[in-house]
Design a protein around this ligand. Structure first.
Ligand code: DP6
Length: 361
């Protein structure tokens, strides 16, 4: 599908008012998206596990404007309170998607949103937030175009989510989602995320992700600034090729169930992401002493137990710990006794792989 396929024909139905609620999860990348062209066209393909309990819930209320105007009319509430600081981001999103959702200026919207994870925990809420919002607008479009197929609904939701925040396009579906064109992955596209449909070994069923909240402070590097660091980066081209190679490696690993190889790819991706940030201009060092303490303990735990606990990182100090369901008991015991002490206020979140966004009644 191309961008043009997402520009709708005139709608067949009219809708005066209503409301819709979606819950959409966060996701954790195994091969990282870092570097983009305009409008979140990714410099390389990425793949992520969709999470389950880290979610944003968004209700969109809409009513037809009595007098037409050439502005977007929306109000924002975050966890029950008016939130004007989010306005510019939403305004920009609406401007970007207007050509694909030509009804946006016909309605007055109220957007109410809340997160299941603690506020400013350093967990990226743009993926869950932007995907939930995209899905709400698509539910309204579906009412205007009742013939819309489910497949189109899902594709376009992911496409619109991407225009809000790149990684958000990987949150619409579960459990493994690829975004970015990769020669040998069927249906993969730079425009939206698609479910990974190749064979996946049972070892990866119900995979766990425990998120250690090491530093809950404001992000030091916004994603926009972060991705820009890859423009003119001395190692950019090599890195983009590596992402393709790592996706190929993961393909084989998903089939074979080889957890030791899985760990090598996933941890290398995390460290490469941070290495890119450390070698860009300006450079950033986002790991904290506790991030390193955790990583070193993970290495030692693996050596001593032969279990398959591994870490990954986003653009921050928090650590995502990935491990198979059947190693859960011993691993959680270790996290509680050895790693919790490195978390801010001892906080961590036990999550797992999930099946994607859900519409609430
Ligand atoms: C490090 O999706 O937050 O988490 O497209 O500018 O909104 P924008 O960036 P964003 O970047 C996420 C980068 C990452 C890696 C990943 O999730 O793939």
């Amino acid at each position: 599908m191309t961008e043009k396929d997402f520009i709708p024909n005139p709608y067949s139905a009219t809708v005066e008012q209503g409301q819709v609620t979606w819950q959409s999860p966060s996701n954790i990348a195994l091969v990282k998206y870092w570097g983009k062209l305009e409008h979140q066209i990714p410099a390389n393909p990425s793949i992520s596990f969709t999470l389950d309990s880290c979610r944003t819930t968004t209700t969109l209320k809409f009513s037809k404007k009595e007098q037409l105007s050439d502005d977007f009319d929306f109000e924002l509430e975050f966890e029950g309170e008016k939130k004007d600081s989010f306005r510019p981001k939403i305004q920009k999103f609406l401007e970007r998607v207007e050509q694909y959702l030509p009804f946006l200026k016909d309605y007055k919207f109220t957007i109410q949103t809340s997160n299941s994870f603690p506020h400013s925990s350093g967990i990226a809420s743009s993926a869950s937030g932007m995907s939930a919002l995209a899905l709400c607008f698509m539910s309204l479009e579906k009412q205007l175009d009742p013939e819309m197929t489910e497949e189109y609904f899902t594709r376009k939701s992911s496409f619109l989510a991407r225009l809000g925040s790149g990684s958000a396009c990987r949150s619409v579906e579960g459990e493994l989602v690829v975004w970015g064109f990769q020669r040998n992955i069927y249906g993969s596209s730079d425009l939206y995320g698609v479910q990974y449909r190749d064979e996946v070994h049972d070892n990866f069923r119900n995979y766990r992700d425990t998120i250690l909240l090491v530093d809950k402070g404001e992000k030091q590097v916004s994603s926009t600034v972060g991705h820009e660091l890859m423009n003119g980066h001395p190692y950019a081209e090599r890195r983009f090729r590596q992402a393709h190679d790592n996706l190929d490696r993961l393909k084989k690993i998903f089939r074979s169930g080889d957890l030791s190889e899985f760990i090598k790819v996933v941890e290398s991706e995390a460290l490469t992401l941070h290495a890119m940030m450390m070698t860009s201009e300006p450079y950033f060092l986002l790991m904290k002493p506790n991030t390193l303490a955790i990583i070193n303990k993970v290495f030692r735990f693996r050596e001593e137990t032969g279990l398959h606990l591994c870490f990954t990182l986003d653009a921050g100090a928090n650590v995502h710990l990935l491990f198979p369901e059947k190693e859960e008991e011993l691993t959680l015991e270790f996290i509680g006794s050895e790693l919790q002490q490195h978390c801010q206020n001892g906080q961590y979140i036990n999550d797992r792989v999930g099946s994607g966004a859900q519409k609430l009644a």
